[in-house]
Design a protein around this ligand. Structure first.
Ligand SMILES: C[S@@+](CC[C@H](N)C(=O)[O-])C[C@H]1O[C@@H](n2cnc3c(N)ncnc32)[C@H](O)[C@@H]1O
Length: 266
């Protein structure tokens, strides 16, 4: 009930604010944007001071924006059970696997993978230093390694039998949906996705698996697509945000996008 009243009040305040913005009174026209700017600045500074993760994301975008994909760190244990089970089945006759969790956030994905692959060497790569610090505090066995996500670090431990790149190759999916944005060119261009897929391809062994899930683009549109065949019909139908083509334009009724790919040639 309180939430409902709160939302109504916010709605009324927003309407008044819009009305005042279009006011002809020059004082109101100046004061409202200045107050708005001050309010946003104070909120920003407050978050920077008290929210460690927000600080870390801000630093990352400021200093490393070229390499950052999805910035939010949402994750949880056993998030993709069907996909993990299918990969375990694919490798049922192989024990000594090397697995990369690319964008492992706070480590839940790596801990989950250990349950599916008890004997594998699992490498978790993360670009957010606050999340990586949390990973490094987890009580893990000595065949789990957490690394800062840099090409030379990732390739040092590779090549990999399986790479899981889950909910990483996207940007602000909910914001894009809410705002009805139809081109990703300025936010997350296709070329950035494609370059990352090509990097992951370099780290993937022949007959290995490249698993990409919750992405705004399709691996099928990239230059390495001919090297890959889909495993089963595991797809991204549970991805409810908009998806885009190789021109970074929205696809209104996208065909199902596969999630698990076998590397069939080099
Ligand atoms: C939404 S989380 C996904 C976590 C986990 N993979 C899952 O699906 O539950 C996305 C993560 O990707 C990380 N990330 C973004 N760009 C990255 C990069 N270039 N290398 C490694 N991690 C990256 C973010 O910091 C964030 O922790």
């Amino acid at each position: 009930m309180n939430v409902k009243i709160g939302l109504q009040l916010i709605g009324v305040a927003k309407k008044r604010y819009r009305k005042q913005r279009s006011s002809q009174n020059p004082i109101i026209k100046i004061i409202i944007p200045v107050l708005d700017f001050l309010w946003k600045s104070i909120t920003f500074v407050k978050r920077i001071c008290i929210d460690e993760n927000f600080r870390s994301i801000f630093r990352m975008q400021l200093l490393n924006s070229k390499n950052v994909h999805q910035t939010t760190s949402l994750t949880y244990m056993d998030r993709y059970p069907d996909i993990f089970s299918a990969c375990r089945e694919y490798f049922k006759d192989k024990q000594d696997l090397k697995i990369l969790s690319y964008g492992c956030s706070t480590g839940e994905e790596v801990i989950t993978l250990r349950k599916y692959f008890p004997h594998a060497h699992i490498v978790g790569a993360e670009i957010n230093k606050t999340s990586l610090a949390k990973c490094r505090q987890l009580p893990v066995d000595d065949k789990i390694t957490f690394i800062y996500s840099k090409d030379h670090e990732i390739s040092k431990y590779g090549p990999y039998d399986a790479i899981f790149c889950m909910a990483v190759l996207q940007r602000k999916p909910h914001y894009i949906e809410q705002k009805g944005i139809s081109s990703l060119k300025d936010i997350y261009p296709f070329e950035k996705f494609e370059q990352q897929i090509m990097k992951l391809d370099e780290y993937t062994k022949l007959k290995g698996l490249l698993v990409v899930h919750f992405t705004q683009y399709s691996l099928r549109d990239t230059m390495v697509c001919s090297k890959y065949e889909a495993l089963g019909d595991y797809n991204q139908n549970d991805y409810l945000s908009p998806v885009f083509d190789k021109n970074s334009e929205i696809i209104i009724s996208p065909p199902p996008q596969s999630s698990i790919f076998i590397k069939v040639n080099n």
